[in-house]
Design a protein around this ligand. Structure first.
Ligand SMILES: *Cc1c(COP(=O)(O)O)cnc(C)c1O
Length: 359
């Protein structure tokens, strides 16, 4: 076992220019510092440091560039209404990074150490956390395989790093519904595959379908199961929920979809409110039948970036399903307001989801 990791801090001498909150967008601006550490056999994770944000130097033969051995995660820090900065469910996100790593043969990190180091990084760059409601600091931890070699096998060495990006409000013109294309042409993941890991290959696999959907005027693709192309899975970077009558239905975690932390928040809020929640397979014929019967009252996606994303229309095999006359449903609205209320400290947090970054 490696000895307790120390954290070295090198401050930037050239702080970057600030961008006004309304001009932030998503993932285009980065803060002054990043957290980095390296892994080698025998030594384990070592040389943990906070250093100025900047390019990585990699051998062109390194394994991540050829065979995609990498994982990442994504979560957020918010400036709460009292002025302090809080992280949203950081422990769950770091644990998920490790569960993705396990699938990709990547060595696990010490979760408590990473959380503490991240808090130090965010304290150093605290001034970059936006002050506008709806804006936040997006946190992107990554692990990549750094060993050079063209043989297909797990790398012996790795780099962990985390970069921070102040991001703008996801809904610039207010909470907006999206149109979604159900894909029966491409699939994202199959059972036993990589679907439950946050790993670059899944996103590479999704690009062509997403581009075709965008060209046809849709925001996102809804994926169906890879075998029968019948059961609903998830949307782009969001899990999906259907309100059928007074029940909420979401696909189960069977290894093909990501175990979203926002998905878990929705499930726990639904239980808290006494809503009947069903984690089970839901097929497109069932969705179509519920719509025809007038029971498909709401559809929404859940994910860190958008929090809750109302769906106004699903298109499947040329058939259009307009949901709730294209308007945002009550449950969708309430979930969005409650989750963002907890994140920004405007509402009580009975679940202990927010963690202050101050010591
Ligand atoms: C990140 C992600 C989600 C949402 O997960 P959260 O933890 O809620 O942010 C859902 N599906 C996929 C494919 C994702 O990459």
């Amino acid at each position: 076992m490696a000895k307790k990791l120390a954290l070295r801090i090198t401050r930037t001498t050239r702080p970057g220019p600030r961008v006004a909150d309304p001009d932030l967008g998503f993932g285009r601006v980065f803060t002054d510092h990043m957290l980095v550490m390296d892994y080698a056999p025998g030594t384990g994770w070592h040389d943990a440091r906070i250093e100025p944000y900047g390019p990585l130097t990699l051998d062109p033969a390194c394994l991540v560039l050829h065979y995609g051995q990498a994982v990442f995660d994504g979560f957020k820090a918010f400036r709460s209404s009292e002025g302090g900065v809080v992280l949203f469910r950081p422990t769950d996100h770091i644990a998920r990074l490790n569960s993705s790593s396990a699938r990709l043969c990547i060595p696990l990190v010490d979760e408590a150490f990473v959380l503490d180091a991240l808090k130090q990084l965010i304290r150093l760059d605290a001034d970059w956390v936006p002050r506008t409601f709806g804006c936040s600091l997006y946190i992107r931890p990554v692990v990549i395989a750094t060993e050079a070699g063209l043989g297909v096998r797990p790398s012996k060495t790795y780099r962990f790093y985390t970069i921070l990006s102040p991001v703008g409000a996801y809904y610039k013109e207010g909470f907006q519904p999206v149109r979604i294309l159900v894909s029966d042409k491409y699939v994202r993941a199959v059972r036993g595959g990589l679907g439950a890991a946050k790993t670059p290959a899944n996103y590479a696999a999704s690009l062509l379908a997403a581009e075709e959907a965008k060209a046809a005027g849709f925001t996102q693709v809804l994926w169906l199961d890879g075998t029968e192309r019948t059961y609903v899975e998830e949307v782009g970077t969001m899990n999906i929920f259907f309100r059928v009558g007074d029940r909420l239905v979401t696909p189960p975690l069977e290894g093909t979809i990501l175990a979203g932390i926002t998905r878990d928040c929705v499930i726990r809020l639904a239980a808290h409110w006494g809503i009947q929640m069903e984690e089970r397979r839901i097929s497109m014929p069932e969705v179509l039948a519920a719509h025809e019967a007038g029971e498909l009252l709401e559809i929404f996606g859940s994910g860190t970036a958008a929090v809750i994303s109302p769906v106004s229309e699903l298109v499947f095999q040329g058939r259009s399903l307009i949901i709730n006359q294209g308007r945002i449903g009550d449950w969708t609205q309430r979930l969005f307001e409650t989750l963002t209320g907890i994140q920004y400290g405007k509402m009580e947090d009975p679940f202990g989801w927010t963690v202050p970054v101050s010591p």
